[in-house]
Design a protein around this ligand. Structure first.
Ligand code: SF4
Length: 453
């Protein structure tokens, strides 16, 4: 009898991390390792506009790309351009990019969107909105969102060392773009932090603080350390998570001696007081993981941070296949010391339809990645449902596949619903991207759009 050995749907092979050679790019031919590993050099040499990108890539990429990028910046971008060299270097990482490979690159697709990426008919869902999660509505002090009963999100500032095209906080984070005039934090940082601490002291039921922004890597270390120490002085706070995409986008920041020493002081204090201190980062593609990212993570763990976890965003063209998710998760877990924790479905913000996936696609992906990674390191794919919060994608209560409307329920009240008796009975909708619907569903939305004017 002949034995047929069928291949697994996904074949795991260990891949060690490699720092892409930055000198392959014309603008960085003479850049030394010392310069590259300096956070200061990385920040000074960030790419903020088409002219600066051209200075790095030169004629590797033709004018069609630069014009496409300028068009996007002018009409559609919800985030301004800001890319540390470290991030650019992970695009087309092991070859000199050309126009086609640069267009096709998954990191480029979400960090440096161009007009031709956006969906031509439905660039935005009709129900897309700025602040789609209503975080601002749930501010209990400036920048402090109290959505879940026991947890808060503290937005210490509104900037990051890098801006992601799909940022869910596009309403607040980064500089205004021609398409989006951003909300501004109005209090002085010191007053904002004081108001947050006052609220937390007065609400002992809040035990978990996500310290975010923006990205905490942009808070001057002294100020961040002082805020964290004040949090650690509140006996009812038991979990603190620092949100920083810079761990992957600018690992040089987290390797600076003053930052490492400060982090050690905070981690030691947290351990002494029995508080779980973790870093939450945001990596969407395996290309972004390099030895420098692993070194920054390892350093944070060595100085006593209890865990480093990843919260990626699921996006078409970037990581929306089981193989891409598993490649990323194995590299996070096995090479970089980062726990694969969540993948969020991309939120319903303007001009994001080409990235978003439908709930049924996310369910399929969750199904397809089960059983390969250790159970504790198998990420959950979640939908952040407006007015509800995170739900695992299989928790949908009802689902109209034709119109792409899923309905969800919740088991707690947010801070703005104390007087609403119906909250726990209500069903909350979430919408699939219209281009993923059957013809009949797409036609229904077209009529809706016409009726709405
Ligand atoms: S790092 Fe986070 S907050 Fe900053 S732009 Fe990216 S997604 Fe937004």
């Amino acid at each position: 009898m002949t034995e047929h050995r069928l291949a697994q749907p996904y074949a795991y092979r260990r891949q060690e991390l490699v720092e892409p050679d930055w000198t392959r790019l014309p603008g960085w031919r003479g850049v030394t390792r010392e310069q590259w590993e300096s956070a200061q050099w990385q920040r000074v040499n960030c790419v903020k506009n088409v002219r600066q990108l051209r200075a790095v890539l030169g004629s590797c990429v033709d004018e069609r790309f630069y014009a496409d990028l300028a068009d996007d910046q002018e009409r559609l971008a919800t985030m301004s351009m800001l890319l540390p060299p470290q991030m650019i270097n992970t695009m087309v990482p092991h070859a000199v990019p050309d126009t086609e490979s640069f267009y096709a690159d998954p990191v480029r697709r979400y960090m440096l969107p161009v007009a031709s990426d956006r969906h031509p008919v439905w660039p935005s869902h009709p129900y897309a909105s700025r602040d789609s999660l209503h975080e601002h509505d749930m501010w209990v002090a400036e920048g402090l969102t109290h959505r879940y009963p026991t947890k808060v999100l503290a937005e210490l500032l509104s900037t990051c060392p890098q801006y992601c095209g799909h940022c869910t906080r596009m309403d607040l984070v980064g500089n205004s773009t021609p398409a989006v005039d951003k909300l501004k934090l109005s209090l002085k940082p010191v007053d904002r932090y004081d108001a947050m601490i006052t609220y937390l002291k007065a609400h002992p039921g809040v035990r978990d603080v996500v310290v975010s922004g923006g990205d905490v890597a942009n808070v001057p270390w002294r100020n961040l350390e002082s805020f964290l120490m004040r949090l650690l002085d509140i006996g009812t706070i038991r979990d603190i998570r620092l949100a920083t995409k810079a761990l992957a986008g600018l690992p040089q920041h987290w390797l600076q001696p003053d930052v490492v020493e400060g982090l050690e002081r905070v981690a030691r204090t947290a351990a002494r007081r029995g508080v779980n201190l973790a870093i939450h980062t945001h990596v969407n593609h395996v290309q972004s993981l390099t030895p420098l990212v692993a070194r920054a993570t390892q350093t944070a763990l060595e100085v006593g941070v209890r865990d480093v976890r990843n919260q990626g965003v699921l996006m078409r063209g970037v990581n929306a296949s089981a193989a891409e998710l598993l490649d990323l998760c194995f590299a996070l877990q096995g090479e970089a010391g980062i726990l694969p924790y969540y993948f969020y479905m991309c939120d319903m913000i303007p001009n994001a339809e080409h990235w978003r996936v439908a709930v049924w696609q996310a369910q399929q992906l969750q199904h397809d990645i089960m059983g390969y990674l250790p159970g504790y390191a198998t990420p959950r794919i979640v939908c952040d449902v407006p007015f509800v919060g995170k739900r695992w994608v299989h928790m949908v209560t009802e689902y109209d596949r034709e119109r792409g409307i899923s309905y969800w329920t919740k088991n707690y009240r947010t801070s703005i619903e104390a007087d609403d008796a119906e909250v726990l009975e209500r069903r909350y909708p979430y919408h699939d991207p219209i281009d993923t619907l059957p013809e009949t569903g797409q036609r229904w939305w077209q009529k809706e759009a016409v009726a709405a004017g």
